[in-house]
Design a protein around this ligand. Sequence first.
Ligand SMILES: [Fe+2]
Length: 182
Amino acid sequence: MTQSFSRMDQSTTEQWMEIGRQTFGNQPRVAEKVLGMLRELASITDGFAVDQLVHALQTATRAERAGADEQVIVAALCHDIGKLISVANHPAIAAEILKPYVREEVYWMILVHQDFQGKHYYELLGKDPDARQKYAGHAAFDLAAKFADDWDQTAFDPDYESFPLEHFEPMVRRVFAQPSSY
Ligand SMILES: [Fe+2]
């Protein structure tokens, strides 16, 4: 194997080809990391009626039962994984994890999901429930609205029967199998 460099300004094409080969070969670790994060969501409840893994599974199950495609279902499953790091900016964290693996409208749906959710509770917190209106006219507005109104804001029901995480694992592995670009 090629000895790699100690500083980038001394690197060679051959070394970068080896790094690229190994990075490509290790791509499956992305899906496994995401699945591990999803399992870890079971440790977060923060006062809601269900833990964050149940919420994620319920959101994704509702999306699948509504006929959403695989990228949308996986995005629904992952939409709150940013809460593992920081609730305050969790939509952007999840959106960036998904970005190389889903089409633009699916990325955007997750990026703005909190402002769309706001319709259902922002007023209680003294915030603008019409926060989503600043995105009026956006090509993915209707998708983001459907995500928030039909799948996400409704997914706190302890009695809802969701598919288990195992059901979604093959989808997660397919969606994260190949980034569209580096
Ligand atoms: Fe959510």
